[in-house]
Write a protein that binds this ligand. Structure first.
Ligand SMILES: [Mn+2]
Length: 334
């Protein structure tokens, strides 16, 4: 690595969700080439925003590409809620908790991880290694003038995380604690990897396009002085009725995180955006454009700028062929 040219910048890549072939194509498009089973660029590195797994057809390939790049120093990654869920789902609960697994095997949770477990079923050793690698993934990154987290940068909680875990990674104790609502570890995991949510009024539900019913909605954290629910909603599904116009109460305001306009550029994934990538704020970029729903796999090519520029997005539309499960010989490379 010492003989390499100076680092020009980072290419941040949003939620892959098992679109491994599209990930390989996006890396090629940005000038990365595979050598010895590892994608490399002479002057740039990748930062993955988490959520490599679940839903898509080439989950093993996605994990393989990212993991090799990270292990070779060609990329970094932050924890997505899906990697975190997989860790808790596959970890037995300590005795006395009254459940068998840290994340219970309910029909809903089974459905979320189903594709991943099926695709790794004939590769149990590889899955164990993937889980061990997920444990080493930090919950957030900050360096060289940029910040990266899967869903929400909440400074007080990140300070608390760094006090407990200076490297920003979980250990087993932290993982176990994080599955108990009300604990500090739970608040950190929930906020950083799932973001802020606002409960809907009693009896109101959103029947989302992904087949799930929701009693809360996802909110963002960069509005300067939000007044209504519509000022903070950040999700594909519209709020029912005229809830967009509903004023935020003081109590609701305290639930929200806040990211100011003078803070360093921040990159997030998580939010299932649609359409042509755009910047929600001059210092915030969301790179999740629903790749696995035949949206776009999106990257932002960052070269040190403090004010982000929408011209620096790069993306590939996910082709219908990505939907077809690969043949066995397709899935491993070298
Ligand atoms: Mn995601």
């Amino acid at each position: 690595m010492t003989t390499r040219a100076r680092l020009e910048g980072y290419d941040l890549i949003g939620d892959v969700h098992g679109c491994g072939a599209t990930l390989a194509a996006l890396l090629e498009k940005m000038g990365y080439h595979q050598r010895g089973g590892v994608y490399r660029h002479p002057r740039r590195r990748v930062i993955f925003l988490g959520d490599l797994i679940d839903r898509g057809p080439r989950i093993r390939l996605a994990v393989q590409i990212a993991r090799r790049m990270v292990e070779e120093g060609e990329a970094r990654i932050v924890m997505g809620n899906h990697e975190y869920n997989a860790l808790a789902y596959c970890h037995r609960a300590p005795t006395g908790l009254g459940r068998e697994w840290l994340r219970e095997h309910t029909p809903r949770n089974n459905r979320i991880i189903k594709e991943t477990l099926e695709q790794f079923r004939d590769h149990p050793q590889e899955w164990e290694e993937a889980l061990a690698w997920f444990m080493e993934i930090p919950l957030c990154l900050e360096e060289g003038g940029l910040r990266v987290v899967h869903a929400c940068w909440d400074q007080p909680l990140i300070d608390e995380l760094r006090r407990r875990r200076p490297d920003g990674c979980m250990d087993e104790t932290f993982l176990i604690e994080s599955t108990a609502p009300g604990t500090g570890a739970f608040r950190i995991l929930d906020r950083l990897t799932r973001g802020t949510q606002m409960p809907l009024p009693l009896g109101v539900e959103i029947h989302s396009g992904d087949g799930f019913t929701r009693r809360s909605f996802r909110t963002h954290f960069w509005a300067q002085s939000p007044e209504t629910w519509g000022d903070v909603v950040f999700q594909h599904d519209n709020l029912p009725g005229d809830l967009e116009l509903r004023p935020l109460s003081d109590e609701e305001r305290t639930r929200l995180a806040h990211y100011g306009p003078d803070e360093p550029p921040l990159f997030i994934g998580h939010y299932w955006c649609e359409g042509i990538p755009a910047l929600p704020a001059p210092n915030v970029a969301c790179l999740d454009y629903s790749a696995v729903k035949f949206g776009r796999l999106v990257a932002y090519r960052w070269s040190g700028e403090r004010e982000l520029n929408a011209d620096h997005f790069v993306w590939l539309r996910v082709p219908r062929e990505e939907q077809v499960r690969p043949r066995p010989w397709e899935i491993t490379f070298e």
